[in-house]
Design a protein around this ligand. Structure first.
Ligand code: ADP
Ligand code: ASP
Ligand code: MG
Length: 427
């Protein structure tokens, strides 16, 4: 029978008992006649703990050493899972990302997988072993250094392995029963989605729904790998992330897709405002060039209409908080050249997004969204839209209220509380 690729997240591997439980699940699949390849995350909050340790040693850890440090977390769990499997009488081989052939670009902390050459994995499978691969890490083709894929990156390791091994499906095991209409930690009445399109899942992930890593969804879509998100704590069927056409089973072809897939939130961004930019051709280009050179991914961008009297304008944009320091330094360097007044930095913001493919054909979604925010007393800072998404920036403290009000306004609440959070600290 075919290869099954699975991924277990940190909350599913929190301690020795959890590791033994996961090992039993893995062995069950092997017993049923499949070859099994498993990507694992670091145990519990290990990655956060390691990052805290680094911060306690220095405020600015070198990126290379941070990756050496963080990649150790997954190494611990891969070895322990392999040991637990051998205790059950089956053989397992653990491999680091580098050993498993996960080749990336050279960007520490946010490396992209550019190739997977799983020679050692297929050899171990051929020898009858269960294969355990450390998620979240790879090796740079250019520099030969160990890299990490960004927070939540083990999901991407799993889907990339599934694509390289031509598996039929990639199973992502986590601490909730699937993808819900909102984070169940904030909205207990959120409903589980049985199916969601890659397209909607991409927007959900990009907007902060950390249930799946964004690049894992991109990978799944590109290689046509269905992703089954489910709980490692229950036997329930989870959520299938599939192509649009996969959403229409034979009996469902006449059914309309729901208008809204869900509400996502994100507290990982910051806002920078460049105040008093001369309203001249080329100024914005210079500012964003400096940010691009510093490898910063921007999200929303807003430029105010310039005041007639001064011909000066303000440009605001959001970016990952972790890039805040680098961005401020890069912009400070070009102050004289651009001739702006000053920079403002605000990391007390949050983003709330409403996502649904049905938005394309349904007017009035924006007004309903904004009315829900207004009735919850939430002030909107910035707005951006795509074909199937509306996002707003709000005060960090208003995020939970905004998510709940929106969820209710769009009738997404389940009649009975359905969302179970089995583990994890939500960190
Ligand atoms: P793992 O350790 O398994 O990778 P994560 O903590 O990365 O788990 O992701 C699972 C968590 O994602 C859930 O516990 C939940 O709080 C959060 N989450 C955010 N948005 C959603 C959503 N729309 N549906 C389900 N879970 C969500
Ligand atoms: N351990 C890493 C993290 O906490 C990767 C992952 O869990 O997917 O982000
Ligand atoms: Mg995760």
């Amino acid at each position: 029978m075919g290869i099954v690729v699975q991924k277990y997240g940190g909350s599913s591997l929190a301690d020795a008992d959890a590791i033994k439980r996961v090992a039993r699940r893995i062995v069950e699949v092997k017993k049923s006649g499949h070859d099994v390849v498993v990507a694992v995350s670091a145990m519990g909050d290990t990655t956060d703990d390691l990052l805290d340790l680094a911060a306690a040693v220095t405020p600015l850890p070198p990126a290379r050493e941070l990756d050496m440090l963080q990649s150790a977390g997954e190494r611990i769990s891969m070895a322990l899972v392999a040991m637990a499997i051998s205790d059950l009488g089956y053989t397992a081989r653990s491999f680091t990302g580098s050993q498993a052939g996960v080749i990336t670009d050279a960007q520490h902390g946010k490396a992209k997988i550019i190739d997977v050459t799983p020679g050692r994995v297929t050899q171990a499978i051929g020898e009858g072993h269960i294969v355990i691969v450390a998620g979240f890490q790879g090796v740079s083709q250019d520099t030969k250094e160990i890299t990490t894929l960004g927070r939540g990156g083990s999901d991407t390791t799993a889907v990339a392995l599934a694509a390289a091994l031509e598996a039929d499906v990639c199973e992502i095991y986590t601490d909730v029963d699937g993808v819900f209409t909102a984070d169940p930690r904030i909205v207990p009445s959120a409903r589980k989605l049985d199916r969601v399109s890659y397209e909607e899942m991409l927007e959900l992930a990009a907007c902060g729904a950390k249930i799946l890593h964004l690049r894992c969804v991109e990978y799944g879509r590109r290689y046509g790998i269905p992703i089954h998100v489910r709980s490692s704590f229950s036997q329930l069927e989870g959520t299938w992330v599939v192509s649009d056409t996969g959403l229409q089973g034979p009996e469902e072809t006449t059914m309309e897709q729901p208008i809204i897939a869900g509400v996502a939130h994100d507290r990982s961004e910051a806002k920078i405002t460049v105040v008093g930019v001369p309203d001249k051709v080329g100024e914005a280009a210079r500012i964003f060039e400096a940010l691009a050179d510093a490898q910063i991914n921007l999200d929303m961008i807003v430029q105010n209409v310039s005041a007639a009297a001064t011909s000066l304008t303000d440009i605001s944009f959001t970016l990952p908080r972790t890039d805040g320091q680098v961005a401020m330094t890069a912009l400070a360097r070009i102050q004289a050249e651009v001739g702006y007044d000053k920079l403002l930095y605000d990391d007390k913001i949050g983003k709330v997004s409403l996502i649904g493919a049905g938005m394309r054909s349904h007017p009035g979604i924006t007004s309903k969204f904004f009315a829900a925010l207004a009735s919850a007393g939430v002030n909107i800072g910035m707005i951006s839209t795509s074909e199937i998404r509306i996002s707003v920036v709000v005060d960090e403290n208003a995020v939970d209220d905004a998510v709940r009000a929106t969820h209710t306004a769009f009738d997404l609440d389940a009649d009975e509380v359905e969302a179970v959070v089995y583990g994890g600290t939500g960190r």
